[in-house]
Design a protein around this ligand. Structure first.
Ligand code: ADP
Ligand code: MG
Length: 293
């Protein structure tokens, strides 16, 4: 038989917009020391927009967007969608590309009209040992200070353009972090995005710990590192990349609007995709399990 207190907590969960997939996760939530949030799509909306374009003298804004969108055609990354939408919005025809390849945690590459084009973040430049010309570097620093990602368009060894890509913070994230701190639980942010963007967003939300430029395969390891320090860790995420970390964490919390892979890896699913439901889980866990041991 299902103990009454668990039956009640599951019902309460449903009533509070939580899908409890593994009750042990809900039970553990009362003991948490730290909650690690994925940034993109979890603390932010995950709906990216191109807000500025800076190009080399050899190329205009339209041409830069056209080439970038062509390479991003076959990518489902939120940054790819932003570039595609912006190119569509100015009405340019987006050519097909050849030999598309995604470089996880860095960007994408393909041939467009016989040209070798890459599109990606700072780690793409770093891994290819590309020098950033002064005007692009200054633009990128400025973008980072505004919490916008700098995404580069590269042909061969040459940087042709940098796009500022913005992703708005979910308004509910402020209260989510504040309420966790009130419960005596620390907050952390884990992202593949650059230091500059990660630091800006973390500062804005008052997040305690930041792990930036983390490769997809290293996300679970960051959770393990915290566990080795004796902390009980919850992970909150929405992406395919987050699934191993969700499974590794003591409590895996998936964003309901996230990918199926993430939802299936979570102990608890936030049906409303509202990060404020994370501190609510802790409160619910404390109320439901207090009398059990
Ligand atoms: P996150 O979703 O946390 O940003 P990812 O591992 O998906 O983590 O991406 C890490 C970084 O790699 C991105 O912030 C971006 O700089 C770059 N990147 C990844 N995929 C793409 C893409 N399709 N187009 C451009 N940049 C990309
Ligand atoms: Mg994400």
């Amino acid at each position: 038989a299902i103990p009454l207190v668990i039956a009640i907590s599951t019902t309460l969960g449903a009533r509070n917009g939580l899908l409890v997939r593994d009750r042990r996760g809900l039970e553990e939530a009362r003991n948490l020391d730290i909650v690690v949030f994925d940034k993109t799509g979890t603390l932010t909306m995950g709906e990216h927009r191109v807000v500025q374009t800076v190009t080399d003298k050899s190329i205009g804004n339209e041409e830069a967007l056209r080439l970038a969108a062509a390479v991003e055609r076959d990518s489902e990354h939120p940054i790819a969608r932003a570039l595609q939408k912006s190119a569509e919005a100015i009405g340019v025809e987006i050519p097909r590309s050849q030999n598309f390849r995604a470089i996880p945690g860095q960007g994408v590459q393909a041939q467009v009209e016989g040209r070798e084009i890459q599109v990606g973040g700072p780690s793409l430049l770093k891994n290819n040992n590309l020098n950033i010309p002064k005007e692009f570097n200054e633009a990128a620093i400025h973008f980072g200070e505004s919490g916008q990602a700098a995404i580069y368009l590269v042909e061969g060894e040459k940087i042709l353009a940098v796009f500022a890509i913005a992703d708005a913070i979910r308004p509910e994230s402020y209260e989510a972090i504040h309420n966790l701190h009130q419960l005596g639980i620390q907050s952390a942010m884990l992202t593949g995005d650059s230091e500059a963007v990660a630091e800006t967003v973390a500062k804005e939300l008052d997040i305690n710990l930041v792990f930036a430029q983390v490769l997809p395969e290293d996300k679970a390891k960051k959770v393990q590192d915290l566990q080795k320090q004796g902390k009980r860790v919850a992970m909150v995420g929405d992406g395919v990349n987050d699934a191993p970390a969700l499974v590794t964490a003591d409590v895996g919390i998936a964003i309901g609007a996230g990918t199926d892979v993430a939802v299936e890896a979570g102990d608890v699913v936030l049906v409303r995709s509202d990060p404020r439901d994370v501190p609510r889980i802790v409160t619910l866990s404390k109320a439901s399990y207090r009398k059990m041991n």
